[in-house]
Design a protein around this ligand. Structure first.
Ligand code: MTE
Ligand code: MO
Length: 362
């Protein structure tokens, strides 16, 4: 088994590397996801790290390269806690794959998403200790894990712009939900980049490199970019792809599940909405007439800048077939695209079109 973690409650998409989603129907029960329900997204091995000998290297365009033990991170820097949601860029890929096949990609539903309380040190504090040189514009991260890419083993890696790296929300996290990071989630240390798609939150962090250009690691340069619908794997020029950063405004219905049969009359509809962009989610609304009219949902829990919000509405549904659509608006008046066809891309990323479920009412 690739993991020691009981994954019985997760939906396992792949055993090796381990990829599993959180059960959507459990979601409205807990704003902060219990660690054993937190989705798992891995590209390679799950490293086993001995905490006593673990060292984090900080190098590249810095005045003082650092080699930090866990003890150093715990004692030399202030500790911070924040609640943040992680979402994989491949979330809702199944809907894109239904439009046009996405061979070789994990067909995630809306389930590679979870929220935790993270504790760690600010990346900006560590970078300040290292003394960032003026030519540095990107912060590259390297994980201890190795993934097989075109027959070769490569370390997982990624990078973010220095500007984001210096914001107070970006942490080097050693705790998740008041306990050391579980092995699957990056023990003993991971990057946490709130507001960005999950891929930038590098687990099993081994090395931080300050550099003038984005990381050339496969997972930064040849993956996790979006292209227009006309581009294919064969025609893609990866230099032209759009690097995924902020999480796009999105809303999903978690209960009831699509395909279920319910009694006609009042039906409680619950779900999540989130955005990693500048302005927070302001409004969530539902439609049962294909978008002609909209009913406002109540935003139930919206406590943290970097976490999802929970919403709910009770709809009075007549007997027969019913389609319920959800969409969110942010505080700048921006909303989600209607049709996933306009978003289709050959890697199947960043689907934030209107989400819908079909119910049968008797
Ligand atoms: N080292 C390493 N970090 C990684 C990954 C990985 O495969 N290796 N996967 C990334 C992706 S694509 C996502 S969505 C998140 C998932 O984090 P989780 O497994 O803790 O939910 O971790 C990111 N960090
Ligand atoms: Mo991801």
């Amino acid at each position: 088994m690739p993991t020691t973690k009981p994954t019985s409650r997760l939906k396992v998409y792949q055993e090796n590397p381990l990829n599993a989603g959180m059960p959507l129907e459990c979601l409205p029960e807990a704003f902060v996801t219990p660690s054993d329900l937190f989705f798992i997204r891995g590209h390679g091995t799950i490293p086993q790290v001995v905490p006593e000998t673990y060292r984090l290297m900080v190098k590249g365009m810095v005045q003082h390269p650092l080699e930090l033990s866990l003890e150093d991170l715990l004692t030399r820097f202030p500790q911070h806690t924040l609640t943040a949601t992680l979402i994989c860029a491949g979330s809702r890929r199944d809907e894109l794959a239904a439009i046009h096949p996405l061979p070789g990609e994990i067909p995630w539903g809306a389930d590679p998403i979870s929220t935790a309380r993270w504790r760690g040190v600010r990346l900006s504090d560590v970078l300040r200790a290292a003394g960032v040189e003026e030519e540095a514009h990107y912060v590259a991260f390297r994980g201890l894990d190795q993934a097989r890419v075109a027959g070769e083993l490569v370390h997982f890696g990624s990078s973010i712009r220095l500007e984001k790296a210096l914001t107070p929300e970006v942490l080097l996290a050693h705790e998740m939900n008041d306990a050391p990071l579980p092995r699957e989630h990056g023990f003993p240390l991971r990057v946490l980049v709130p507001g960005y798609v999950g891929v930038r939150s590098v687990k099993w962090l081994q090395e931080i490199t300050l550099q003038s250009q984005p990381s050339t690691n496969y997972f930064q340069a040849r993956d996790y970019k979006t292209f227009p619908p006309t581009v294919t794997a064969q025609t893609a020029d990866w230099e032209q792809g759009k690097t995924l950063e902020e999480i796009a405004l999105n809303a999903v219905i978690c209960t009831p599940k699509s395909g279920e049969t319910h009694q006609a009359g009042p039906v409680l509809v619950q779900g999540y909405a989130l955005t990693g962009e500048e302005a927070p989610v302001e409004r969530v609304e539902l439609s049962t007439d294909r978008g002609a009219t909209w009913i406002p949902a109540t935003i139930r829990e919206k406590t943290d800048r970097w976490a999802w919000c929970f919403w709910e509405a009770t709809l009075d549904l007549p007997a027969g077939e019913c389609q319920i659509i959800v969409r969110a608006w942010d505080a700048t008046g921006k909303t989600q695209p209607e049709d996933a066809r306009s978003l289709w891309n050959f890697k199947g990323y960043a689907n934030n079109a209107w989400y819908q479920v079909q119910l049968h009412l008797v």
